[in-house]
Design a protein around this ligand. Structure first.
Ligand SMILES: *[C@@H]1O[C@H](CO)[C@@H](O)[C@H](O)[C@H]1NC(C)=O
Ligand SMILES: *[C@@H]1O[C@H](CO)[C@@H](O)[C@H](O)[C@H]1NC(C)=O
Ligand SMILES: [Cu+2]
Length: 375
C-alpha cells in the first residue's frame, strides 16, 4: 500500500503544477528588490498604485491573455505605416514603423550608454501602441530565458501552438553563421499565429545561412517581401542564459557599466565573465531572419518578450540598491566611438513616440512616463 510521506506530498504539486512553481533565484532577487520599488512608487509624481501595470512571464499568463496579446500584434501589423512610402517603401505597416526606428538608430543604441533606457522606452511605446491603437488591455509579457533555457523550442513561447509566438522555422540544411551555431530550424516559420507573416524590411546585417535575398536598397528600407525564418535551439540558451547566468549578472555587477557590458557580452561575443551575454544569447536563440539581424531584429514578433526580460533584468539589478542605481550612466553615444553619454542626452523614437525624454526620465519603472512592475 502506498504511504504518503512528507516528501511525497511536497513532490506532488511540483509534478502537477510546473507552471505555478516558479520560485527561482531570479524571482527571489526580484522580490527582495520590490520594497525599494514600492517605496519609490510612493514618492512618484507620475505613477500611482492604482495606475500601476504588471508585466508577467509568458508561461504565467492565461491562454486568453496570450491570445489578446497575439491579436494586438496581428492588429498592429495591419495598421498603416505613418512613414513616407517613397523614403521607406518597405514600411508597410505600423509595426514596420517600429522596425525602421530601430534600424535607423542601431549604431547609437547598442553598446552605448543609452542601451537600456532606449530599449525600455521603445518596448514601452510598443506596449502603448498595442493598447491605444489596437485596444489591447493587457501588458507586455516577458520571456524568462532561464525558465526555458534547456528547451526553448518546446516552451509555451515557441511551441508553435496558437497561444505561442509561433514555432521554429522548418528544418533546412544549413551552416553556422559566424559565432551563431546552426540550430534546429533555419527555414520559414510554418506554425502558430505568425506563420503567414510577411517580412518587408532589410536585411541589413543578416546572420543566417543561407542568407536572405538582398534588399533592393542599400539602407534596407526597400520592399523585400519574404517569410519569417527562425533557427531556434538550446545551444546558446543552455550555456549563456540559464537562471544562474541571470543571477550572476545581477549579483556580481557592481556598477552600471559592468552590468550593461556583461549583459551584452563583455569583450565581444563568447568572451568575458558573462560569456556571450544574455542579450545576444536571447536574440540568437531566436536567430533567423529578421531575428538574427542586428538592425531588423524587432521585426520578429518574439523581440518584445526578449526585451521585456532585458528590461526586467535591469529593473531587478536596479532594485538591489535603488538609490545608487537609478541616476547612473556609463558608456559612449555610438558604437563607432563618440563622446560619453550623459543622463541629459535625449531618447528620440521619432514616428513611434510622441515625446522625447532625457535618459534621466527613463531610468525608473515607476517615474517619468513609466508605471509598471515585473512579477
Ligand atoms: C533617423 O535618425 C535621424 C537622426 O537621428 C532622425 O533625424 C530621423 O528622423 C530618423 N528617421 C526615422 C524614420 O526615425
Ligand atoms: C480584456 O480583454 C479580454 C478579451 O478581449 C476580456 O475578456 C477582458 O474582460 C478584458 N479585461 C478588462 C479589464 O477590460
Ligand atoms: Cu536593439
Amino acid at each position: 500500500m502506498a504511504r504518503l510521506t512528507l516528501a511525497g506530498l511536497l513532490a506532488v504539486p511540483w509534478l502537477l503544477l510546473p507552471g505555478l512553481v516558479s520560485g527561482d533565484a531570479v524571482l527571489d532577487l526580484q522580490e527582495k528588490g520590490r520594497p525599494a520599488i514600492d517605496a519609490q512608487l510612493a514618492k512618484s509624481t507620475t505613477c500611482t498604485k492604482e495606475k500601476l501595470q504588471v508585466r508577467r512571464e509568458w508561461g504565467d499568463i492565461s491562454a486568453e491573455e496570450k491570445k489578446a496579446y497575439i491579436a494586438a500584434m496581428l492588429c498592429i501589423m495591419e495598421k498603416p505605416s505613418r512613414l513616407d512610402p517613397n523614403q521607406f517603401p518597405g514600411a508597410k505597416s505600423r509595426y514596420d514603423d517600429f522596425v525602421v526606428v530601430h534600424m535607423n538608430q542601431t549604431l547609437s543604441i547598442h553598446g552605448t550608454g543609452n542601451f537600456l533606457s532606449w530599449h525600455r522606452y521603445y518596448t514601452w511605446v510598443f506596449e502603448r501602441a498595442l493598447q491605444e491603437e489596437c485596444g489591447y488591455n493587457g501588458t507586455q509579457p516577458y520571456w524568462d530565458w532561464g525558465r526555458w533555457a534547456d528547451d526553448p523550442e518546446n516552451s509555451p513561447i515557441f511551441d508553435g501552438s496558437d497561444t505561442s509566438l509561433s514555432g521554429n522555422g522548418e528544418y533546412i540544411e544549413h551552416r553556422a553563421s559566424g559565432f551563431i551555431p546552426a540550430g534546429n530550424g533555419g527555414g520559414c516559420v510554418k506554425s502558430g499565429p505568425f506563420k503567414d507573416m510577411v517580412v518587408h524590411l532589410g536585411p541589413v546585417a543578416p546572420a543566417i545561412d543561407p542568407a536572405p535575398p538582398a534588399n533592393p536598397r542599400r539602407d534596407g528600407y526597400g520592399d523585400n517581401p519574404r517569410c519569417l525564418r527562425r533557427d531556434i535551439s538550446n545551444q546558446l540558451s543552455s550555456k549563456y542564459a540559464r537562471t544562474q547566468d541571470i543571477v550572476d549578472l545581477i549579483t556580481t555587477s557592481a556598477d552600471i557599466g559592468t552590468f550593461q557590458t556583461v549583459m551584452q557580452g563583455a569583450g565581444g561575443f563568447g568572451v568575458g565573465p558573462g560569456g556571450m551575454g544574455v542579450h545576444a544569447a536571447g536574440h540568437f536563440t531566436i536567430a533567423g531572419d529578421p531575428g538574427g539581424d542586428f538592425y531588423t531584429s524587432p521585426n520578429d514578433p518574439a523581440f518584445w518578450v526578449h526585451h521585456g526580460m532585458i528590461d526586467r533584468t535591469w529593473t531587478i539589478w536596479q532594485s538591489q540598491d535603488l538609490d545608487n542605481r537609478l541616476q547612473v550612466i556609463a558608456g559612449g553615444s555610438s558604437m563607432m566611438g563618440g563622446p560619453p553619454q550623459t543622463l541629459d542626452d535625449p531618447v528620440d523614437l521619432g514616428v513611434v513616440a510622441d515625446k522625447v525624454y532625457p535618459i534621466r526620465d527613463l531610468v525608473s519603472v515607476v517615474d517619468g512616463p513609466f508605471c509598471y512592475v515585473y512579477e
